[in-house]
Design a protein around this ligand. Sequence first.
Ligand code: 8YV
Length: 328
Amino acid sequence: MNPRPSILVARAIFPEVIASLREHFEVDTNDDDVALTPEQLAQRLQGKVGVLTTGSERVDAALLAACPGLRVAANIAVGFNNFDVPAMTAAGVLGTNTPDVLTETTADFGFALIMATARRLTESEHFLRAGKWNKWALDMFAGADVHGSTLGILGMGRIGQAIARRGAHGFGMKVIYHNRSRLDAAIEADLRASYVSKDQLLQQADHLILVLPYSAESHHAIGAAEIARMKPTATLVNIARGGIVDDAALAAALRERRIAAAGLDVFEGEPKVHPDLLTVPNVVLTPHIASATLATRRAMAQLAADNVIAYLTQGQALTPLNPEVIRA
Ligand code: 8YV
């Protein structure tokens, strides 16, 4: 009998997901959840045909060259900027991601961050915890209304649309969006969202949320020049990827109150955070947790596992990034 194929689960995940993989494969795990260096990852992948990764592990030309036996890399994330997909395709390695299962959870969090940012939730909590609350005042931590305001959405994929729905239907917001391609009129009508130019989006939004994928094109899509186009009362929320916002420029703008506030779940070079962002009061900071509910994280890990199982046992995949590898 042929030995069972070996795979690596690069980060600690749910035991029941590991169990489903063990029905088919020899599974090497990282139970201590140590972040692997590229060299350690390549070393752990020797003799293995599959890997489950998170956004912290890169699958690039160097890794592919060091691991010629690799056939599939399944990212436990919808974003896949840690994958060099053309290099994977050239090497005949299938990549998969986890769309859909995290859409509503991530949209909930986007809204949580909009609310927390507009209503100065963490800033006021820090004030209270520091024992500074000794009298109530009419203008104490007065923020900006969310209901009835204009919500700007940059990037209008599945998560952007789920946020639009919450804004328009739940909070009575006027929803405007900008995206590489405009949505069908029927979808726009259903969402109650209007397409505008990026410049109009920047100028008109009371609350601007970023939900676009990271790429060379979207690097620093929001920098000093874009922030200068925004209303001084506006808030900016990033739940997409670090690098889409120029964090140094944002910290300077927040310090000078060129916009009112920001809410950030993702950072350039995370888990490091730009030191200036840690010292400005008008920013809500969270450690990349937009998809973090137990049910959703479990569904993401299971979808990644199911992709590896489907590909290695049946030559199919549920959510492939480069399906041409399957057809080849
Ligand atoms: C992941 C994310 O949890 O799906 C994404 O793209 O950013 C998060 O949901 C994170 O990338 C870990 O892989």
